[in-house]
Design a protein around this ligand. Structure first.
Ligand code: GDP
Length: 659
């Protein structure tokens, strides 16, 4: 028996509990797949008797939650009654009992409304607070529910899986095979619907597969801010082995920091060589589990179905390790994967729920649009009333067609959803007029003031080269730029022209594309412009290295150095009616310069620090005044000079930090 099997049998929340317990007994096991001896099984059975709370195999039905009434601005009897599920005259009667006489269109005091809401079992929130906490400034970013989830509200959710890999290695065939063998069985009625994702049930647990395989789609979603995938399964043809796009897929998945697994497909073919693929994987830093590494590799055949059950089990195991959780009890939030206008249905959006439970009747915002959920259709073509975390559904009822990758969010009620949508649309219109997307460019980074750069302290690069050899040379030279203050993160290094895929990866990861002796694919310029991604092409390696080094330096805040250049003593003060107060001074040491800054000190106390606005000698502007010369000076925002004050002149220099 293996660790994960025992964990499941005992209903433990995570197989890590077993590893920890055995560790206490001085036994080190490698991971969740490790086999257990009888003695170890005994220890664990004693430590975790089976009565312990079992892990929910499927998502538990959410506890009925205390509903929240959200109000914004004045609370009007009619609307408030609606929110409470009362008739207006019932509410009026209730108010009368509290000695408040209000008609249907009158306001209710906030405190009174709160008391009534609580009496009816609602929690009460004033919308103003929420709007303030997360104002709708960006169009695709609707306000979120104010509270973070509590630990006890979290329940295990199904993993969301994307297949990636080289073209023709069998991604689509595998998706189809799994769907055909696992979805159809046991489902009553309904015609399979392609809604961008589907969910299968294995041993009473669920897995959601995103229907558009490949790293292009994956990264496109990421570039739009939708990080849906939990597990990327890299599909490798057992005959062809690792190919360029396999590498790319691995790099895209790594850049997204999702869990990685491998399926070695087409094992039914004569030329299939699983061991050869495993050797190649090892070279890519994905050492297979059964060879002492950590990457789960499953030999499969989409044609015969061999190994599919094992693959699905391993996906569940990987999910166990990730301990994926979500609160099914809150208002739903998630992302659009596809959307269109469908005859007879109006705008429809295929969405995946990330947390919460989406219900028919919910008021939702979706990107800058809103709607009330009229119907939900599952991947099995069945009308459903709810969709919980990690499930995909088609949503009917939106007022417009959103774009893939847009976030959706259930709002308190139609009014809030509509208002948020109006604000977001207004914002969108403004942005369309004014804004080109925010670019992260090398020049930006070289400017020390770039706040985005300052926070990041990480320069992410995508390297494209003409041949593997030059890429390696560049990577080696870049690795030679030593810095403990800035991290250079190479997300992808591959041979070939800069492609739209590279641009999307750069956008999703806030990276810059550096090309060496390569060009750009058709259409890349337009994509890069739209996504606000910078591409720099070089043909001289030293130029490339210099600019990367400068960009790294630019990420560091400069050191501000002040140097006192001279002092002056105030001898006389003149009031010049139009211009204000002029201090007549003598330079006592060093020099005064018109571009310097100044401090005013009186008997050692600092009175003021600011800029000089004029420096004159004999009525003429002077750039510099030297020791023992006399001058008249004025300061910006300071006029109460007294004879005897000391003016200290200093220069401020910003010095770039060393890496
Ligand atoms: P994708 O481009 O990665 O989505 O690959 P496809 O799923 O379109 O498969 C490419 C080709 O490989 C098709 O002709 C499939 O029939 C074939 N194929 C896929 N999986 C297998 C398999 O397990 N065994 C064999 N013999 N052929 C397969």
């Amino acid at each position: 028996m293996r660790v994960h099997e025992l964990a499941r049998e005992l209903g433990l929340r995570s197989s890590q509990d077993i590893l920890d317990k055995l560790h206490e007994h001085g036994m080190q096991l490698k991971n969740h797949m490790s086999p257990l001896t009888d003695e170890q099984v005994d220890i664990i059975r004693k430590a975790f008797p089976k009565s312990a709370t079992p892990t929910p195999a499927v998502l538990p039905k959410p506890e009925p939650q205390k509903k929240t009434i959200l109000v914004r601005g004045p609370i009007i009897v009619k609307e408030f009654a609606e929110q409470l599920g009362l008739k207006p005259n019932q509410l009026i009667a209730e108010l009368m009992m509290m000695n408040i006489f209000a008609s249907i269109n009158e306001r209710v005091d906030l405190k009174i409304a709160q008391q009534i809401a609580e009496k009816h079992g609602f929690s009460f929130e004033h919308e103003k607070k929420i709007i303030e906490r997360k104002p709708v400034t960006k169009a695709p970013e609707p306000a979120v529910e104010p509270t973070e989830d509590k630990n006890e509200d979290l329940a295990t959710r199904p993993p969301i899986v994307t297949f990636m890999g080289h073209v023709d290695h069998g991604k689509t065939s595998l998706l189809d095979k799994i769907r055909n063998t696992k979805v159809a069985a046991g489902e009553d009625g309904g015609i399979t619907q392609h809604i961008g994702a589907y969910t299968v049930t294995i041993n009473e647990r669920q897995i959601t597969f995103l229907d558009t395989p490949g790293h292009a789609a994956f990264t496109q979603m990421r570039a739009r801010g939708a990080n849906l995938t939990d597990i990327a399964v890299i599909i490798v043809d057992a005959q062809d082995g690792i190919m360029p796009q396999t590498r790319e897929a691995i790099q895209h998945a790594r850049a997204a920091k999702v869990a990685l697994m491998v399926a070695i497909n087409k094992i039914d073919l004569r030329g299939a060589n699983v061991d050869r693929v495993k050797t190649q994987l090892q070279k890519e830093g994905l050492a297979p589990e059964d060879w002492g590494g950590t990457t789960i590799c499953c030999p499969v055949s989409a044609l015969t179905g061999a190994g599919l059950d094992h693959l699905l089990e391993m996906i569940l195991l990987q999910a166990d390790m990730l301990e994926l959780k979500a609160n099914p009890g809150r208002r739903a939030q998630g992302y659009v994967i596809e959307a269109r206008l469908e005859p007879g249905m109006g705008p429809t959006a295929n969405i995946v729920v990330k947390r919460g439970t989406l219900k028919v009747g919910d008021a939702i915002t979706c990107g800058p649009y809103w709607g009330r959920v009229k119907a939900l259709i599952s991947d099995k073509g069945i009308k459903v009333r709810t969709a919980g975390p990690s499930l995909a559904v088609k949503v009917l009822g939106l007022t417009a067609v959103p774009e893939p990758g847009m976030e959706f969010q259930v709002q308190a009620n139609d009014r809030v959803a509509r208002e948020m949508s109006e604000t977001a649309l207004e914002e969108k219109r403004k942005q369309e007029i004014a804004v080109t997307p925010k670019r992260l460019t090398l020049d930006d980074l070289m400017k020390p003031a770039s706040s985005q750069a300052r926070e990041a302290r990480k320069l992410r690069l995508i390297l494209k080269g003409d041949v593997q050899g030059s890429l390696e040379a560049i990577q080696n030279s870049l690795a030679g730029i030593k810095s403990d203050k800035v991290v250079l993160d190479i997300l992808l290094a591959s041979v070939g022209n800069v492609s739209s895929n590279d641009v999307l990866l750069a956008r999703a990861s806030e990276a810059i594309i550096i090309g060496f002796h390569v060009g750009k694919d058709d259409g890349v310029n337009a994509t890069a412009k739209r996504e606000g991604v910078e591409i720099r092409l070089y043909s001289i390696i030293y130029e490339l290295l210099d600019e990367v080094r400068n960009a790294m330096v630019g990420l560091l805040e400069p050191i501000v150095k002040q140097t006192v250049v001279g002092h002056a003593e105030v001898l006389q003060v003149f009031e010049i009616s139009r211009k204000g107060t002029v201090a007549g001074c003598r330079c006592t040491d060093g020099k005064l310069t018109s571009r310097a800054r100044a401090r005013v000190k009186r008997k050692g106390d600092l009175l003021f620090e600011g800029s000089l606005i004029s420096l004159k000698r004999f009525q003429n502007d002077a750039a510099e005044v030297r020791e023992s010369q006399e001058c008249g000076l004025r300061l910006d925002n300071f006029s109460s000079f007294q004879p005897g004050d000391i003016i200290e002149c200093f220069e401020v220099e910003k010095i770039a930090q060393q890496l």
